[in-house]
Design a binder for this molecule. Structure first.
Ligand code: NAD
Length: 313
C-alpha cells in the first residue's frame, strides 16, 4: 500500500518541493500530508501539486513550536499512522552575536531544535509499536561544520545532529530508520529572508571592525558561495526521495560535494586547528574568491578525506 509521509514547513522552499515530488511519484507510492503553520499560504504548494492535490497530497496546519498544534495535527492523521516523518521546517539567523538578543536565539532553537524533538516525541511511540518507520531531518552542512556569523543557526543544527545521532542507536532496535540530510547552500526564500533581515540590521552594541568583517568580508563571499555552489530545492527533494527509497538509508547525507573537504578537515586534525585556520584563510585571505578556493581544495584533498555525497541524479 501507500506510505504515509508527513512533512513540516511546506509553504515554501525545500519542504514544498519534497511534498510535490513525492505526491507526483509515478507509481503513487506516497500519501503526502503536507503541513504548514498557516494554511493561507497554501497557494504556491497547491499550484505546484496540480492534479496530485486532493489525491496523493493533502494539507494540515502544523506549527512545530506548539505542543498543542503538533498533537492536534498528528491526531488528525488516520490512526496516527505515519510511515515517514520529514522534519523540514527551520529558520535561519545571521549576524554578529553582540547584536542578537537571547530571546531571538531561543526562537531559532525553538524551531530548529525543539521543533524536531517535539515532532519525534509525538510520532515515535506509534512507530515503535509498529516496529517500522523512517524519520528524516533536514539538517545542513552547518550541522557538521561551524560557519562564521552563523553561530546560533549552526549551534541549533549541531544540537539536532547530536540528538539524532544519539536517538539513531535505540531506534535501530525498533527497526526505525533515522536519516539526516545535509545540504550546502540552496536557493530558497531562506536566503532572501536572511538578506532582508540583514538589510534591516542596526548592529546595536557591535564594534566597527566586527561590522566591517560581517558586511564587507563575510556577506560578499557568502553571496558568491550561494551563486556559485547553490543547489535547487528540486535537487534536495530528489536526494530526499533517494534517501527514503533506499533499502539501507545512510544516517548522514551531504548533498553538495564541494563541501565535503571542509567537513573532512575536522576529522583529519583532531586538534581542530586545521578547520579553524582553513576557514580563517578562506574568509580573510580568499574572501572574494571563496568558491574557487573551495573547488581547488576539493581537487587537492586526497581521496581518503573525500566524503561521499548523495546526488540528486
Ligand atoms: P524556507 O524559508 O523556504 O522554508 C522553511 C519553512 O519552514 C517555511 O515554509 C516556514 O514557513 C517553515 N517554518 C518556519 N517556522 C515554522 C514553524 N514553527 N512551524 C512550521 N513551519 C515553520 O527555507 P528552506 O531553505 O526551504 O528551509 C528548509 C530547511 O532546510 C530548513 O530546516 C533549513 O534550515 C534547511 N536548510 C536550508 C538551506 C538553504 O540554504 N536554504 C541549506 C541547508 C539546510
Amino acid at each position: 500500500g501507500q506510505k504515509v509521509v508527513l512533512i513540516t514547513g511546506c509553504s515554501s522552499g525545500i519542504g514544498l518541493r519534497i511534498a510535490v515530488t513525492l505526491a507526483k511519484d509515478e507509481k503513487k507510492r506516497y500519501h503526502v500530508i503536507a503541513t504548514m503553520r498557516d494554511l493561507k499560504k497554501k497557494d504556491k504548494l497547491v499550484e505546484a501539486a496540480g492534479e496530485a492535490y486532493g489525491k496523493t497530497l493533502m494539507l494540515l496546519p502544523l506549527d512545530v513550536c506548539s505542543d498543542e498544534s503538533v498533537k492536534q495535527c498528528i491526531d488528525n492523521v488516520k490512526d496516527r499512522h505515519i510511515d515517514i516523518l520529514i522534519n523540514n521546517a527551520g529558520v535561519g539567523l545571521l549576524g554578529p552575536v553582540e547584536s542578537i538578543s537571547i530571546e531571538e536565539m531561543k526562537r531559532v532553537f525553538e524551531t530548529n531544535f525543539f521543533g524536531v524533538v517535539r515532532m519525534i516525541k509525538e510520532v515515535m511511540p506509534d512507530m515503535k509499536k509498529r516496529r517500522s518507520g523512517h524519520i528524516v531531518v533536514m539538517s545542513s552542512v552547518m550541522g557538521l561544520q561551524g560557519v562564521v556569523f552563523n553561530d546560533v543557526y549552526t549551534a541549533s543544527k549541531f544540537a539536532m545532529e547530536g540528538f539524532c545521532e544519539s536517538m539513531a542507536v535505540q531506534l535501530m532496535k525498533f527497526n526505525i530508520r533515522l536519516s539526516m540530510i545535509e545540504p550546502g547552500p540552496v536557493h530558497t526564500e531562506f536566503e532572501t529572508k536572511m538578506m532582508e533581515d540583514v538589510a534591516k540590521m542596526e548592529y546595536p552594541g557591535v564594534d566597527a571592525d566586527t561590522i566591517r568583517y560581517f558586511k564587507d568580508v563575510y556577506l560578499p563571499s557568502s553571496i558568491d558561495i550561494f551563486e556559485a555552489m547553490g543547489q535547487t530545492p528540486e535537487d534536495i527533494a530528489k536526494c530526499t526521495k533517494k534517501v527514503i527509497e533506499s533499502s539501507s538509508p545512510r544516517f548522514r547525507n551531504l548533498t553538495n560535494s564541494l563541501y565535503t573537504p571542509i567537513v573532512a578537515l575536522k576529522y583529519a586534525d583532531e586538534t581542530g586547528g586545521l578547520s579553524v585556520n582553513t576557514f580563517y584563510n578562506l574568509l580573510f585571505n580568499f574572501g572574494p574568491l571563496m568558491h574557487i578556493t573551495m573547488s581547488i581544495l576539493k581537487c587537492l584533498t586526497c581521496s581518503c578525506l573525500r566524503r561521499r555525497t548523495i546526488s540528486p541524479n
